[in-house]
Design a protein around this ligand. Structure first.
Ligand code: C5P
Length: 246
């Protein structure tokens, strides 16, 4: 793993073979890998172990599972995920404070029982696919999207979560609301000139780091590049420069 990289590379593929090929190609350049619902449902949980073989036992795996259920069920899932040695996983903040506290406590128990470090527990506030019309109209939430994001982030922090996944344009408000130690994991990052694809509100890696991002989830600009290793190095160089020069 690259020592200063802030990149969490999403392994957005539908087979274990493709995911492992990406991981072995890029493991020296990134901070870690994101394993989401498509891949885990297609490849099975053995993939997590295979990743630890391919990229080393200390590989940082962000399991993007977005747990959302009653506290007892989420606790059981969190305990099991922690025993698998994931470094980070997430829950929906809209599951409420009791659910998030149960996830954090069970993650600690699961990790302890396996002699492992507790995974970081990160909350999803408002999905970026939910706009003001959906939040207010379909879901009946009367406050603005930003106010609801901040409300759920504060609840996540008060419930013991380590941070949130957030859009780049929410970084400044979240830093102000939740302070410097709250981990901000930021997708929607695009190097200058890169195809935004289906991402609507993007920032460059430098902008996101200057705004206060801890981790950058950058996928297709790296994985679809002609030379993925060179593309990852460019993102790292831009992030390093932003960190070092403010
Ligand atoms: O390829 P790209 O850089 O767009 O990949 C971004 C990754 O981050 C995908 O795995 C996507 O599901 C995830 N993500 C996102 N926007 C969010 C939350 C997660 O793009 N708001």
């Amino acid at each position: 793993m690259h020592p200063t990289s802030q990149i969490l590379l999403p392994l957005d593929t539908d087979t274990a073979d493709k995911a492992l090929a990406l991981a072995s190609q890029l493991q020296g350049e990134v901070a870690g890998f994101k394993v989401g619902l498509e891949l885990i449902n297609a490849a099975g949980f053995g993939l997590l172990h295979q990743l630890q073989v391919v990229a080393g036992p200390d590989v940082k795996i962000f399991y993007d599972c977005k747990f959302h259920d009653i506290p007892n069920t989420v606790a059981g899932a969190a305990r099991a995920a922690a025993r698998r040695g994931v470094w980070m996983f997430n829950v929906h903040a809209s599951g409420g404070g009791a659910m998030m506290r149960a996830a954090v406590e069970a993650a600690a128990e699961g990790a302890r029982s396996g002699g492992l470090a507790r995974p970081l527990v990160i909350a999803v506030t408002v999905l970026t696919s939910i706009d003001a019309a959906t939040l207010g109209g379909e879901l009946g939430v009367s406050e603005s999207v930003t106010d609801h994001v901040i409300r759920l982030a504060r609840l996540a922090q008060d419930s013991g979560c380590d941070g949130v996944v957030a859009s780049p344009h929410e970084i400044a408000a979240l830093r102000a609301a939740c302070g410097p130690d709250f981990t901000l994991v930021i997708p929607g990052v695009r190097p200058a000139g890169a195809d935004p694809g289906d991402q609507r509100r993007v920032m460059t890696p430098g902008e996101a780091v200057r705004a206060g991002a801890d981790y950058l989830v950058v996928g297709r600009p790296i994985t679809a590049a002609p030379d993925p290793v060179a593309a990852a190095r460019r993102v790292n160089a831009e992030a390093d420069a932003a960190r070092n020069n403010g």
